[in-house]
Ligand binder design. Structure first.
Ligand code: HEM
Length: 90
């Protein structure tokens, strides 16, 4: 992603992201970016566990799930596919 692409990303506050906290409306934050993971909910190999962080910041969690470490390239690809914006700096 270029610097220009970064600039054009829509901004969301943490409070806005927190509203999207269910299996059929599931956003997450990872390292300052916002992802709509709703379409991925049924595909997540770790099943319902993803719901624990629905609407929340996963920056200190995602890389430390053992299975994610093994499949990190897949995790990165899935994040990229579901990117919707960036976190608004408050
Ligand atoms: C962007 C993609 C993904 C996201 C956002 C995501 C998110 C999460 C979250 C939030 C958790 C819960 C962590 C916790 O409670 O500490 C989790 C657990 C897990 N994820 Fe993922 N995940 C992704 C991709 C994957 C992939 C590709 C795999 C396949 C290897 C995977 C396998 C697992 C497993 C096995 C668990 C643990 C399940 C459990 O504790 O019962 N995830 N994931």
């Amino acid at each position: 992603m270029t610097a220009k692409d970064q600039d054009s990303l829509k901004e969301y506050t943490r409070a806005q992201v927190e509203q999207h906290c269910t299996h059929d409306d599931l956003w997450i934050i990872f390292r300052g970016k916002v992802y709509n993971m709703t379409p991925y909910f049924n595909q997540h190999p770790g099943g319902l566990a993803i719901l624990r962080y629905a609407g929340k910041d996963t920056s200190t969690v995602l890389p430390y799930v053992a299975s994610h470490g093994i499949a990190w390239k897949v995790v990165e690809k899935k994040l990229q596919e579901h990117l919707i914006g960036k976190l608004k700096k408050t």
